[in-house]
Design a protein. Structure first.
Length: 166
């Protein structure tokens, strides 16, 4: 049985598709369901391969197009953590608000939450009379493991995703 968050996501996506005059297809909702099962960052090809492994007949093109639509309606965030790499996605449904620190040596992504960032966003938007739709905050640098020589530049696909809260 779908969770309340999943039901709301489906309703929101249906409304977005209808309002934007896109076709409402079972394949698009199959992609949405697969996205909602991810608790970590993923790329379009990983999602496509997971769908295929689960027996789906959804095409790669449908996965890419649906991710674009899900991003446009706010159900996924899209990030470019490293130049020249594929976009990474994560669901926005049922996840706490957070930002990222990305190690430029090993690709490790640290997720963190800090209420001062959101407070600063509100303050700046008020100061400049700006209506924020969303924000992304990414810090690029070298993690403590790489600085201490404990990591040897593993690819970002193999790097662990660690969470920390501030």
């Amino acid at each position: 049985m779908p969770s309340i968050a999943e039901k709301r996501a489906k309703e929101r996506f249906t409304e977005f598709l209808r309002d934007s005059n896109y076709r409402i297809t079972s394949e698009r909702f199959e992609v949405l369901s697969a996205v909602l099962k991810y608790d970590e960052h993923f790329d379009a090809d990983s999602l496509f391969l997971r769908l295929r492994a689960d027996g789906s007949k959804v095409s790669r093109a449908t996965v890419y197009k649906t991710l674009t639509l899900l991003h446009e309606c706010g159900l996924v965030s899209r990030y470019m953590f490293s130049p020249g790499e594929f976009a990474q996605y994560e669901k926005t449904v049922d996840r706490p608000r957070h930002d990222h620190m990305v190690c430029t040596k090993c690709g490790k992504i640290l997720e963190f939450a800090n209420s001062r960032i959101l407070s600063l966003q509100h303050q700046l938007c008020e100061q400049y009379d700006f209506d924020a739709v969303y924000h992304t905050f990414q810090i690029f640098g070298v993690c403590s493991d790489c600085r201490r020589g404990r990591r040897n530049g593993a690819s970002s696909e193999l790097a662990s995703r660690e969470k920390c809260a501030n």
